[in-house]
Design a protein around this ligand. Structure first.
Ligand code: MEV
Length: 316
């Protein structure tokens, strides 16, 4: 197919956090995710015959994505592209920066070469790029970046992924603590959990089942069906993540300090083991106490709005 539509296309896709269910979701358990108001913006232009990527991101994923999605959309294989990527999503892990990139590439290519905006197809193609990046993703990260909002998500099989958008009755005000540059990536952490599960399936499945209970409680809390203590949900979730070995000792110490102030915190996403742990979601009934702690310890932190819009076309 020749490219006959828009000359410059600009799209943006949001990052995400996981409220509950990370890692377990890779094995068919449910997860709760929310899109956040940190976005990746991608500008796509036609170019003679090679791909040029202007970005802080390592260029290989964008190049792979353009080629892979180009093939799937049956575009001329000689078509070249210039891609410019700007993002406010931290790349330290846990906020879905690679999923936002996969979704944005797919959406931009789709929009520039098709006459419609098919979010289901865009999401399905973005999942193909995620597979390159993480090996065995659940597809939750790209789905929340594509659709936005709050999602209940479950991967039943490679071809069947069930999800529903939620309209929460309870607001969650969390702070994100960025634990700095990681050594491992999401794929490494998914592989680590896979090995642990192979070695001790009964124990790890037991942890995943407990995780499902927390995720279900979180759902009832969000929808207002039952009242729960948010701190307890976050802290229990964190204990389970520690048991599957995805929280570095450094982050574990930090989270314990937050708990000792009667606050709550959990790793969100794949976690990290060697250094830092990607991002940490922190919560306190009295936000000033949390902010004092953050300032005293010179931590990198920011607030996010949850439930933001999914991928969209921007004015170019
Ligand atoms: C990564 O953000 C979340 C994981 O559950 C992996 C996945 O769902 O693909 C660790």
């Amino acid at each position: 197919m020749t490219i006959n539509r828009k000359k410059t296309v600009k799209v943006s896709a949001p990052g995400k956090i996981i409220l509950s269910g990370e890692h377990a979701v890779v094995y068919g358990y449910p997860t709760l995710l929310a899109a956040v108001n940190r976005r990746l913006t991608l500008r796509l232009n036609k170019r003679k015959n090679d791909i040029k990527v202007v970005s802080n991101y390592p260029p290989y994923l964008a190049k792979y994505g353009l080629r892979k999605v180009g093939q799937k959309l049956r575009l001329n294989s000689n078509q070249g592209w210039r891609v410019k990527i700007d993002s406010t999503i931290p790349m330290t892990g846990g906020m879905g920066s690679s999923a936002a990139l996969s979704v944005a590439i797919t959406a931009a290519l789709y929009w520039s070469t098709r006459n419609n905006w098919d979010i289901e197809k865009i999401n399905r193609l973005a999942y193909e790029i995620e597979k390159k990046q993480h090996g065995n993703p659940s597809g939750g990260d790209n789905t929340v970046s594509a659709y936005g909002g709050f999602l209940w998500y479950r991967k039943e099989s490679e071809d069947l992924k069930n999800f529903s958008s939620l309209t929460p009755k309870n607001k969650i005000k969390i702070v994100i603590i960025d634990t700095g540059n990681p050594v491992e990536n999401t794929g490494d952490m998914v592989e680590k959990v896979k090995q642990m599960r192979q070695f001790n399936k009964k124990e790890v499945e037991g942890i995943f089942k407990e995780m499902e209970e927390i995720t279900r409680s979180f759902l009832r809390f969000l929808t207002g069906e039952r009242s729960y203590n948010l701190s307890n949900l976050l802290n229990k979730n964190q204990e389970l993540l520690e048991r599957i070995g995805i929280v570095s000792p450094e982050s574990s110490r930090l989270i314990k300090k937050i708990k000792s102030l009667r606050g709550a915190a959990k790793v969100s996403g794949a976690g990290r083991w060697k250094k830092g742990s990607g991002i940490i979601l922190a919560y306190h009934k009295d936000p000033n106490r949390l902010m004092d702690f953050v300032k005293r310890n010179k931590l990198k932190c920011f607030q996010v709005k949850l439930g933001e819009e999914g991928v969209r076309v921007e004015k170019s």
